[in-house]
Write a protein that binds this ligand. Structure first.
Ligand SMILES: NC(=O)c1ccc[n+]([C@@H]2O[C@H](COP(=O)([O-])OP(=O)(O)OC[C@H]3O[C@@H](n4cnc5c(N)ncnc54)[C@H](O)[C@@H]3O)[C@@H](O)[C@H]2O)c1
Length: 253
């Protein structure tokens, strides 16, 4: 039980990789705050929660692009469970459009959610972790972010997603050193093509974008969300205590 008595927040926890991460952390003993903007999906996830996990899981409707809501999310974890150890930032959107048709609003929406949202979550998490460390608490102090691997970078119809992912990687690299003295680690999962709703939105219904991305997947198949969750949980845990500022790819070259 790598996360017994630990508390994690997972954003984007109502779907795909975030949901798989939240479920795995629960199975491994953590208290888990499931954060998502999609109220309907989130309540469906909580309704389906096995009874054994229900008292260690709590839902928070949160828009990661809103600083006040993100601060309230971290406070919820601290007030509900008394400690806060790990942040997994999986909330994201994708907008698919040919580059020349890309609208400013759609560009802004993706950057606000994926890049600014990750920044706000990392900042709020780090503040709370530093505060707990100052009070002498033993916490994991681990943050996991998500970017995208070469498969997505080969699809020209999802440029804002790729730009945001690049920014998330730079944020992770920049803050690894910034957090190191405080014993806070931050790493990124550079996700290859993974079977989630976001992938289907990114590639569309035609085969061209899907096949272009798949051509970069070394294993010749999609990952499933549970496989990515195992990587994220490893990075969040003390098993990765020697790792910070790392960009860990899942399958693409
Ligand atoms: N699936 C892939 O092939 C793939 C490839 C590259 C990168 N990624 C990255 O992996 C991570 C997880 O993606 P996924 O595939 O599980 O996506 P997903 O679409 O299955 O889940 C994303 C979740 O984020 C939530 N969300 C969207 N906007 C939000 C907001 N403003 N505030 C809070 N929650 C919000 C959605 O409601 C959804 O539940 C993302 O960072 C994504 O960019 C995924």
């Amino acid at each position: 039980m790598r996360f017994a008595n630990r508390t994690a927040i997972v954003t984007g926890a109502a779907s795909g990789i975030g949901l798989a991460c939240a479920g795995l952390l629960l199975e491994e003993g953590a208290n888990v705050v499931f954060a998502d903007i999609d109220e309907g999906n989130l309540s469906g996830v909580m309704d389906a929660m096995p009874q054994a996990f229900a008292k260690r899981a709590s839902p928070v409707i949160c828009d990661v692009g809103n600083a006040r809501q993100v601060e309230a999310l971290v406070l919820h974890a601290l007030n509900t469970y008394g400690n806060f150890d790990a942040m997994v930032c999986a909330a994201a959107v994708v907008h698919r459009a040919p580059f020349s048709d890309l609208q400013e609003d759609d560009f802004d929406r993706v950057i606000r959610t994926n890049l600014k949202g990750t920044f706000l979550c990392v900042q709020a998490a780090a503040k709370a972790m530093l505060d707990q460390r100052d009070r002498g608490r033993d916490i994991l102090g681990s943050i996991v972010t998500f970017s995208d691997d070469a498969a997505f970078q080969s699809i020209p119809h999802v440029v804002p997603h790729v730009l945001a992912a690049g920014g998330v990687e730079k944020l992770t690299l920049a803050m690894a050193r910034g957090f190191a003295n405080a014993g806070i680690r931050i790493n990124t999962v550079a996700t290859g093509m993974t079977d989630t709703p976001l992938l289907r939105a990114a590639t569309g219904t035609g085969k061209t974008a899907f096949n272009t991305g798949m051509a970069r997947m070394v294993l010749g198949r999609l990952s499933d969300a549970d496989e990515i969750a195992k990587v994220a949980a490893f990075l969040a845990s003390n098993e990765a205590s020697a790792m910070t500022g790392q960009i860990i790819g899942t399958g693409a070259h």
